[in-house]
Design a protein around this ligand. Structure first.
Ligand SMILES: [Fe+2]
Length: 165
């Protein structure tokens, strides 16, 4: 395989992996949403997150189709590693919301990095047209990461208020 073919293979694999990550994110947030209802701001933000993840997955579908391939749905269903990366707590412990928010902070950092890698690979394969779409998703991940980071104190306060109520 020539170097350029190899780079293209890395790039397409990266697009598929990120598609699996977005799919996992949609499922995880869907599972958690009802338990975030006592935290209205967080709940609204996570609803938006589900919507954005759906759009981000669709963008990856568009890019994969453009390069003559597609996401592997069968493979995604078996990708346990993605769940590990997501790192969300599924327990019903009393501090579950805090654990999930911390996991979401880590997850956003992973996704920002992942899109940065994809932008670099897109540039390396000469797919300059792909960059804007990937950067749009990266910007959304960054905004969500910033929102979570800046709202950690208010989420902790809301959590404490519920424990002592
Ligand atoms: Fe995402």
């Amino acid at each position: 395989m020539s170097d350029s073919n190899l780079t293209m293979t890395f790039y397409l694999t990266g697009l598929r992996n990120q598609h699996a990550v977005e799919t996992q994110a949609i499922g995880t947030v869907k599972n958690q949403l009802s338990r975030m209802e006592p935290y209205p701001e967080l709940h609204t933000q996570m609803q938006g997150e589900m919507q954005r993840s759906t759009e981000q997955a669709a963008r990856l579908d568009t890019l994969l189709a453009k390069h003559g391939t597609s996401a592997s749905v069968a493979k995604e269903a078996m990708t346990g590693t993605v769940a590990t990366v997501a790192g969300f707590a599924h327990s019903l412990s009393s501090d579950e919301v805090l654990k999930n928010v911390l996991a979401a902070v880590g997850f956003k950092a992973y996704e920002i990095g992942s899109y940065k890698v994809l932008v670099t690979l897109a540039e390396s394969v000469g797919a300059a047209d792909d960059v804007a779409m990937l950067e749009l998703s990266m910007k959304e991940e960054q905004e969500m990461g910033d929102w979570l980071g800046s709202h950690l104190p208010s989420i902790v306060h809301a959590y404490l208020a519920r424990q002592t109520a």
